[in-house]
Design a protein around this ligand. Structure first.
Ligand code: ATP
Ligand code: MG
Length: 205
């Protein structure tokens, strides 16, 4: 596609809510549509660009400030940025929105109960035992988005369903071209999901 419009898809939510999983799921799908995609993930960025920072309020703000700067540069160069950071403070997310412009906030919600049960990284157990200070949702605040463009609930939806919601939003707003059918019309997200499932079952994906 020659006329890609840059956008930052900003995944926010508690640890384990699905920010990384959804972004990783979408990355190859978007590339297959011919888009330039860059994925910025909190865990990775904290090992490089912001490895000097910890989890105090001040450091969390700096972390978001720096990644906002990077996302802004990419977005204005017509890249689709998938950005997964807990980003617990509303004012920092709103600042990012103002700076970046084309901005899609995806609130990855999940009940605390499901998160504790899932405990992907084993961090909730430690946080509840008091072994991790400043753990978002347990011993540190998380300010929910008031008007996110997309809200997913990973305690009730499958990964595929949540990702399809994000993709549908991006298609509806012209950030992602719909897939053309042979007759010139386009597939809906549901149709596309079905096709992918069938191809997967046949061993093609
Ligand atoms: N609907 C869903 N959307 C996203 N992930 C889901 C969903 N349902 C179940 N999961 C599972 O939940 C887990 C989410 O973990 P993930 O690493 O993506 O969280 P995260 O938000 O990136 O956390 P962190 O802030 O610690 O990096 C994965 O194991 C994923 O497979
Ligand atoms: Mg993650």
């Amino acid at each position: 596609m020659t006329s890609q419009k840059g956008v930052t898809v900003w995944f926010t939510g508690l640890s384990g809510a699905g920010k990384t999983a959804i972004a990783r799921y979408l990355e190859p799908i978007l590339r297959e549509r011919g888009l330039k995609v860059e994925r910025l993930d909190g865990d990775v960025v904290r090992q490089s660009l912001t490895r000097d920072l910890g989890f105090s309020k001040e450091d969390r703000d700096k972390n978001i400030e720096r990644v906002t700067f990077v996302a802004k540069l990419l977005t204005r160069n017509d890249v689709l940025v998938l950005l997964s950071f807990i980003s617990p403070y509303r004012v920092m997310r709103d600042h990012a929105r103002d700076e970046i412009g084309n901005f899609v906030e995806v609130y990855c919600y999940c009940t605390l109960e499901a998160l504790m049960e899932r405990d992907v990284k084993g961090l909730y157990k430690k946080a509840i035992a008091g072994e991790i200070p400043n753990f978002t949702g347990i011993s540190d605040p998380y300010e929910e988005p008031l008007n996110p463009e997309v809200r997913i609930d990973s305690s009730t939806e499958t990964l595929e369903e949540s990702a399809a919601k994000v993709l549908a939003y991006l298609e509806e707003h012209g950030y992602v071209p719909p897939v053309p059918k042979l007759d010139g019309s386009t597939y809906t997200v549901e149709e596309e999901q079905l096709i992918e499932e069938r191809l997967g079952a046949l061993g093609y994906l």
